[in-house]
Design a protein around this ligand. Structure first.
Ligand SMILES: Nc1ncnc2c1ncn2[C@@H]1O[C@H](COP(=O)(O)OP(=O)(O)OP(=O)(O)O)[C@@H](O)[C@H]1O
Length: 261
């Protein structure tokens, strides 16, 4: 019997009430997807096609209109501790030091002080922040804050990481360094992730698979396996000659040239 997917969407549709015009907006329609243990999957698609909506349903923050979402085989009906979210905004608590921020979720989970300190130190080391554990968020650069947010997301030991454009607010070079941290850390921890991005090379550098969505109502129109070695080393991967072929394919699917004409 095949292994249970870490996260699975079964024929999921999401409708929002349209208060101004009456009726409703179909944000996502009939989406089915399944992500295996340790896989990293990117979701790309035009603005407003329902990517964030899909992630919100995966986290249990937003209910589905029809269909089902399962995490580790269990039906998702509300936010649960097996799924962790990372957003473009780091949402660090300004009155807590970096290590206290990383420990926050574990405090809620009821881990002992010693346990959570040890796990936080370990993750902050992996995220190259050992020298900054006692700093406050405002004393860190944007890139460092996002690294701290990654450590905090991993600290609660989620089954699945849902990431909504986590690096889109960063400059191009900082972004590449952060992608490298993420690629390495996900490989080391063996975590499963569903990742939204508008950056085609980022999707290629980080993922096992890329799911391409249509204009709203968002449907999955193509699934592309990224057949390039070094998934744990995005910096190396993005220099691979095959990357250009994938970019061309994604541009065609997203009709980027037509949109610019
Ligand atoms: N709470 C809501 N109420 C009503 N409509 C909503 C709500 N949330 C999202 N929508 C609508 O659903 C559609 C999909 O939005 P969503 O934010 O999921 O798109 P997206 O693909 O993540 O966009 P972007 O790439 O610009 O971030 C949009 O038309 C949006 O206006």
């Amino acid at each position: 019997m095949p292994d249970t997917p870490r996260i699975e969407f079964r024929n999921v549709t999401k409708r929002f009430a349209n208060h101004r015009q009456g009726g409703h907006v179909v944000a996502v329609e009939g989406v089915s997807l399944s992500i295996a243990d340790g896989e990293i999957v990117s979701l790309i698609g035009p603005s407003g096609c329902g990517k964030s909506t899909l992630l919100n349903m995966g986290s249990g923050l937003d209910p589905v209109s029809s269909g089902e979402v399962h995490v580790d085989g269990e039906l998702v009906t509300k936010p649960n501790r097996h799924v962790a979210f990372m957003l473009q905004k780091d949402l660090l608590l300004p009155w807590r030091t970096i290590i206290e921020n990383v420990e926050f979720g574990q405090e809620i989970q009821g881990l002992s002080r010693r346990e959570r300190r040890q796990r936080a130190l370990d993750l902050l080391g992996k995220c190259h922040l050992t020298d900054f554990i006692d700093h406050y968020p405002h004393q860190l650069s944007g890139g460092m804050r996002q690294r701290a947010a990654l450590a905090r997301t991993l600290a609660v030991d989620p089954t699945v990481l849902l990431m909504d454009e986590p690096f889109s607010a960063l400059d191009a070079q900082t972004k590449m360094v952060l992608q490298q941290d993420l690629g390495r850390t996900l490989a080391e921890t063996g975590k499963t992730a569903l990742f939204i991005t508008h950056d085609l090379v980022e999707a290629i550098a980080l993922s096992d698979r890329i799911l391409v969505m249509s204009q709203r109502p968002g449907r999955i129109i193509e699934e592309i396996e990224v057949d390039i070695e070094d998934r744990d080393n995005p910096m190396k991967r993005r220099q691979h000659p095959k990357v250009a072929t994938y970019v061309v394919r994604l541009m065609q699917l997203l009709q980027i040239e037509q949109a610019a004409a």
